[in-house]
Design a protein around this ligand. Structure first.
Ligand code: GLC
Length: 538
C-alpha cells in the first residue's frame, strides 16, 4: 500500500497575509481579514494554507526579519486570533502551515540586541568575526548578500569604536544565526513545539539550504571560474543533521509536514527529502520554466526524478511572493530555456507585455500544475489571474532588495499587491485605504466577486480543477505521451493532460473534462491552452 499522507497530493494555498485581506481597516492585511475570507478558500477547495511570516517583526523584509517567534505582529493580530484562525480553518477541513525563518533573526531580536551590547553568550549565537586588513576594515570573507553588497556589516561597539563584523546573507537587518551553537537548535525546536501545540500542521522552512556554514567561514570560490555553484554558506552537508532533529519533533505530533525552500536541484535536493528529514521541498526548476513544452517537460522530469530517488512526492509551484507573477512572465515572448536574469525583468520596457496572452497561458499552466502528481502550491491571486504590477512607482516600493541593489533591480513588490475582492476602484474591497502597497487602476475585472458568478472566469477554472483533481487525479504516476512539437501531454491513469504551448491549434484525442479556453471547439486544443481529457478505448 502506498503512503496516502495528505501532504503527498495536497493543494496548498499561499497566503501572503499582508496582502490577503484587511480586517482592521489600516490598509494592511491581517488575521481578521484572513478569517473573514476563509470561505473563499473553502470554495476554492484547497487542502491547506501556508501563511507567510506573521510574527512580531520590524518588517525590514516583510516579516522575514523576526523579532519574536512566539508573538504575532500587532499589525496582523494576536496569538489568540491566530488560534481562532487555526480552529476555524480546521473546521473547514483546511490545514494551516506556517513559515519558519531559522537562518536569521531580526536585528531587533533580543538575542541580537544583547549581542550588540556585548553579551558573549548572545554573540556566540550569531556569526561575528574580526575584519580583515590592517585595522579590520575589510569584511571577514568575500560572501555576498542575496540582496546585493557584502554579506557583512561592521558594528560599532558600546565605546563608539568600530568593532567586529556580523554575517547577513540577506539584509543587514537580518543577522545570520550560528547553527553550530546548540542553543540555536534548542531554541528552534522549542519554537516548532510552541506552534505545533497550537495545532499548526506544518512549516515552510525559509532558506532551508543556508543554515549550516562551512567551518572557518572560508572565501567562496570565484563564481566567474564557472562550474557548478559551490559556496561555503549554502547547501552544506551539516544542514541535514538540523532537519533530522526537526523531523523527530514533527513526528512526535504525527501527520505534520515540512516544506523546504531550498534552491538546489537534482540529487542535492533529494538529500533534504530523505525519509528521516523533510517531507517535501519546492521544485524551483519548474517555477523557473518558460512556457515552452520542452523546457517544462525537462523541469517536470527533473523534479520527479529527484523526488523519486528518496520516495518523496514532487512539490509544484509556479508563482510565489519572490518572483514575477506567471501571468506576466508568460506575457512576453518565451525563451527556449528557463528564465534567467531577474525573471527577465531586463526585457521590461523593451517588449510590451501582452496580458491577454499571458492570462491564456497562465490558465493553461493552472491545468498543468494541478494535473501533476504530488503537492501543488498556489500563490494568492493566481486563482484570479492577477498579473504583476510592473508599473508600481519606485517610491512606493518597499522591498529591501530595491534599496540594497540601489534601484538596479525592480524587486518583488509587484507580485505582493493587496488582492482585489470587489468593487471597481482601489482598494477593491481589500479593506482600508491607502493600502500598504498601491493597487493599480483597472483591476476591477480581476476582482473575486466578479469572477465568482462567471462560468468562464479564472476563479471558476481553478475551482473546477481543484475539485476534479481531488476526485479523479488519484494516480500517483505520470506517463509521457507522444504529442506534436510544442505540445506537452501525459497520462495520469485514465486521464490525460494536454498543454499546447504553440500558437496553433492541435487535435485532441479524447473527451474533454476541463479546458482552459472556454471558446475551444470540440476535439480541438487551441494554441496557448490546456485540457484534461479522458480517452476511451485507448
Ligand atoms: C526567502 C523568502 C524571501 C525572503 C528571504 C530572506 O527567500 O521567500 O521573501 O526575503 O528568504 O528571509
Amino acid at each position: 500500500m502506498t503512503d496516502t499522507s495528505w501532504w503527498r497530493r495536497a493543494v496548498v494555498y499561499q497566503v501572503y497575509i499582508r496582502s490577503f485581506a484587511d480586517g482592521s481597516g489600516d490598509g494592511i492585511g491581517d488575521i481578521a481579514g484572513l478569517r473573514s475570507r476563509l470561505g473563499h478558500l473553502r470554495d476554492l477547495g484547497v487542502d491547506a494554507i501556508w501563511i507567510n511570516p506573521w510574527y512580531a517583526s520590524p518588517q525590514a523584509d516583510a516579516g522575514y526579519d523576526v523579532a519574536d517567534y512566539r508573538a504575532i505582529d500587532p499589525a496582523y493580530g494576536t496569538v489568540a486570533e491566530a488560534c481562532w484562525l487555526i480552529e476555524e480553518a480546521h473546521a473547514l477541513g483546511i490545514r494551516v502551515v506556517l513559515d519558519i525563518v531559522p537562518n536569521h533573526t531580526s536585528a531587533e531580536h533580543p538575542w541580537f540586541q544583547s549581542a550588540l551590547a556585548g553579551d558573549p553568550e548572545a554573540r556566540a549565537r550569531y556569526l561575528f568575526r574580526p575584519g580583515r586588513g590592517e585595522h579590520g576594515e575589510l569584511p571577514p570573507n568575500n560572501w555576498r548578500s542575496v540582496f546585493g553588497g557584502p554579506a557583512w556589516t561592521r558594528v560599532v561597539v558600546p565605546d563608539g569604536t568600530a568593532g567586529e563584523w556580523y554575517c547577513h546573507l540577506f539584509a543587514p537587518a537580518q543577522p545570520d544565526l550560528d547553527w553550530s551553537n546548540p542553543e540555536v537548535a534548542a531554541e528552534f525546536e522549542d519554537i516548532l513545539r510552541f506552534w505545533f501545540d497550537k495545532g499548526v500542521d506544518g512549516f515552510r522552512i525559509d532558506v532551508a539550504n543556508a543554515l549550516a556554514k562551512a567551518p572557518g567561514l572560508p572565501d567562496a570560490p570565484d563564481a566567474a571560474a564557472g562550474g557548478p555553484f559551490v559556496h561555503p554558506a549554502w547547501d552544506q552537508d551539516a544542514v541535514h543533521d538540523i532537519f533530522r532533529g526537526w523531523r523527530k519533533v514533527a513526528d512526535e505530533y504525527g501527520d505534520r509536514v515540512f516544506v523546504a525552500e531550498a534552491w538546489v536541484e537534482g540529487e542535492r535536493l533529494a538529500r533534504y527529502l530523505r525519509p528521516d528529514e523533510l517531507h517535501t521541498a519546492f521544485g524551483f526548476a519548474f517555477l523557473g520554466s518558460s512556457f515552452v513544452a520542452s523546457v517544462l517537460e525537462e523541469s517536470i522530469q527533473g523534479e520527479l526524478d529527484s523526488a523519486r530517488l528518496v520516495g518523496a512526492p514532487a512539490t509544484w509551484v509556479i508563482s510565489n511572493h519572490d518572483v514575477v507573477r506567471h501571468a506576466t512572465r508568460f506575457a512576453r515572448s518565451q525563451p527556449d530555456h528557463p528564465f534567467t536574469s531577474h525573471w527577465d525583468q531586463d526585457r521590461w520596457g523593451a517588449e510590451e507585455p501582452d496580458l491577454a496572452l499571458g492570462l491564456r497561458r497562465a490558465r493553461a499552466a493552472a491545468l498543468l500544475t494541478l494535473g501533476l502528481p504530488g503537492t501543488t502550491y498556489l500563490y494568492q491571486g493566481e486563482e484570479l489571474g492577477l498579473p504583476e504590477f510592473e508599473d508600481m512607482p519606485v517610491e512606493a516600493r518597499q522591498d529591501p532588495q530595491v534599496i540594497q541593489a540601489a534601484g538596479k533591480v525592480i524587486g518583488r513588490d509587484g507580485c505582493r499587491v493587496p488582492l482585489p475582492w470587489s468593487g471597481s476602484t482601489p482598494p477593491y474591497g481589500f479593506g482600508g485605504a491607502p493600502t500598504w502597497l498601491p493597487q493599480p487602476e483597472g483591476w476591477a475585472s480581476y476582482a473575486a466577486d466578479v469572477q465568482e458568478t462567471d462560468p468562464d472566469s479564472t476563479l471558476t477554472l481553478y475551482r473546477r480543477a481543484v475539485e476534479l483533481r481531488a476526485k479523479l487525479l488519484l494516480h500517483d504516476d505520470l506517463a509521457w505521451l507522444s504529442a506534436p512539437d510544442g505540445v506537452l501531454a501525459f497520462a495520469r491513469g485514465d486521464l490525460q493532460v494536454w498543454v499546447n504551448t504553440t500558437g496553433d491549434p492541435v487535435a485532441l484525442p479524447g473527451t474533454l473534462l476541463l479546458g482552459s479556453d472556454p471558446g475551444a471547439e470540440p476535439g480541438v486544443l487551441p494554441g496557448d491552452a490546456a485540457a484534461w481529457i479522458v480517452v476511451t478505448g485507448a
